[in-house]
Design a protein around this ligand. Structure first.
Ligand code: HAM
Length: 416
């Protein structure tokens, strides 16, 4: 026997039983993004590795441990995108038509890749939809992306979620906070994990998103940024909260929410749900006012978020998602009935009804079983009697009732 292959860990096949929920999420996200006037952007699945190193930050877990990188034939290092923001910024800076606009609003969706330890809600290939607004420092735009994600969550029927928000200040006001953090952790170095010991000097903010239990304990008593942010950042944060209050979007302030990517300035936020367990964020984002400049563009403030489709799938009540039904399954007996079934099948399909049949001449029982398995709304039965009398027997699978329908009226019957 030939060897069978399995997929690498942390990667999923999405079979048809999950596709209805999948499309429901994606279509809802696209619809809401359209309502908010975000335009779709399709960005490449891989970039030069440097795009992510510069974008996300060398000391982040994503860059230091989780990237799928490889060399092309010319020896250049490429990386499968671990997230969408760095690529979107690279694309924005590279495309003069868009970076000359005062405001550019994009959304994107597709697979992302991170070599994380797989567990429930944490995959190595996962899918996001996300949105980015380029060109304004106005907190209205922070509010807009949060409000858009909130609208998606509500339309999807996600219940019992919380929106966490914070401001991590700007490059200037963060300096004092970082010194304070360094002092706090330097005195407790021995209790930290090996990674965090190094982070004290290299990138102290990252200490706050370590998931190690001992580090989490220390995090809970760590100094918070609230008392360090400057007046401009504080006003920005207050304005965001006023917008949220005015729109009845409830939130919880989490002064330790720094997020695992280095590019954030001012606003950070996460949509979290207890239903997810350890990996509790199903969407997250924030402002990144310096990233476009880092990528060689003109100084352009920006804000955005991304949501994880697989995590949202875990939150949806599958009973409430209506699976698409097959309109009709045709069941026949004998050569003449098979020919008639083919005619009817073509007629239904060319009139946009979904229809199927089994060409194997198997018994009625086995054909009915297939009709059941295909979740057909109607089964159309064609036997000797039907051929002789020029009619069809239609079985309504929902309640088992049967009726005779003249062949020329079959489309009307399906329409009902
Ligand atoms: P992130 O928090 O790394 O942010 O990812 C956003 C969302 O993607 C998470 O809340 C989660 O739902 C999902 N996600 C992340 N990693 C995994 C994984 N390994 N398995 C399954 N789902 C996952 C970003 O990616 C930023 N680019 C968001 C952003 C856009 N900030 C500004 N603009």
């Amino acid at each position: 026997m030939n060897k069978t292959y399995t997929k690498p860990p942390g990667i999923e096949d999405i079979f048809p039983d999950r596709i209805t929920a999948w499309n429901f999420i994606l279509n809802t996200a696209k619809e809401v993004c359209g309502i908010y006037n975000f335009k779709e952007l399709i960005i490449p699945v891989f970039e030069y590795t440097d795009v992510f190193i510069r974008g996300i930050g060398t000391e982040t877990d994503i860059v230091s441990k989780e990237m799928f990188s490889f060399e092309d034939r010319g020896g250049r290092s490429l990386t499968l995108r671990p997230e969408g923001t760095a690529g979107a910024v690279r694309a924005y800076v590279e495309n003069g038509d868009y970076n000359r606009l005062s405001i550019a609003k994009f959304f994107y969706c597709g697979p992302m890749f991170r070599a994380e330890r797989p567990q429930k809600g944490r995959l190595r290939q996962f899918n996001q939809f996300g949105a980015e607004t380029f060109g304004s420092i106005n907190p209205y735009y922070d509010f807009e992306v949060i409000s858009m994600m909130d609208a998606v969550a509500k339309k999807l029927g996600i219940e019992n979620y919380d929106l966490l928000i914070n401001s991590i200040g700007c490059r200037e006001c963060r300096v004092n906070y970082i010194n304070e953090l360094k002092n706090y952790y330097a005195g407790r170095k021995e209790s930290l994990c090996e990674d965090c010991k190094k982070r004290i000097d290299r990138n102290p903010l990252r200490l706050l998103d370590c998931k190690n239990e001992k580090c989490l304990e220390l995090k809970n008593k760590a100094p918070v940024i609230t008392s360090f942010i400057c007046k401009t950042c504080e006003d920005h944060h207050t304005a965001l909260k006023n917008y949220l209050n005015g729109s009845n979007i409830s939130y919880t302030e989490d002064p330790l929410l720094v997020r695992g990517l280095d590019y954030y300035t001012k606003t950070t936020f996460e949509f979290v749900s207890k239903g997810l367990g350890g990996q509790n964020a199903f969407a997250a984002g924030g402002r990144y006012d310096n990233l476009v400049e880092t990528f060689g563009g003109r100084p352009t403030p920006a804000v955005g978020f991304a949501a994880g489709i697989e995590r949202i799938m875990l939150l949806l009540d599958s009973n409430k998602i209506k699976q698409k039904q097959l309109d009709a399954f045709l069941v026949y007996s004998g050569e003449a009935a098979f020919k008639k079934s083919m005619e009817i099948l073509n007629k239904l399909r060319s009139n946009n009804f979904s229809a199927d049949m089994d060409p194997e001449f198997s018994g009625f029982k086995s054909q009915f079983k297939k009709a059941d398995r295909e979740n057909a709304r109607l089964t159309i039965i064609i036997g000797e009697d039907e051929i002789n009398n020029n009619n069809l027997t239609v079985k309504h699978m929902e309640n088992g009732s049967q009726e005779k329908v003249a062949e020329e009226r079959i489309l009307d019957c399906l329409q009902k």
